[in-house]
Design a protein around this ligand. Structure first.
Ligand code: ZN
Length: 77
């Protein structure tokens, strides 16, 4: 019976030490994806004044950039 008590105390100490050590580990923050994205050059559609990324804009024959084919047609009529 005495050994059972000693075993229980030893197991409790081991459990306490393992839990304590786990909480002491430095927590790594997950890398933020939005912080790594480079800023995008924005342009304004001359028809509807919508601001959109230059990569998504459609160039017209006059050299201006439009938000969609419909607005490009409307401006070139
Ligand atoms: Zn537009």
């Amino acid at each position: 019976m005495k050994y059972l008590l000693v075993l229980a105390v030893v197991l409790a100490v081991i459990w306490f030490v393992r839990n304590h050590r786990r909480s002491d580990e430095p927590k790594q923050e997950p890398p933020r994806q939005d912080a790594l994205a480079p800023p995008q050059d924005m342009v304004r559609c001359p028809v509807c004044s919508l601001h959109l990324p230059r990569a998504d804009a459609l160039p017209g024959r006059d050299g201006r950039l439009y938000c969609c084919a419909d607005h490009r047609l409307r401006a070139e009529d």
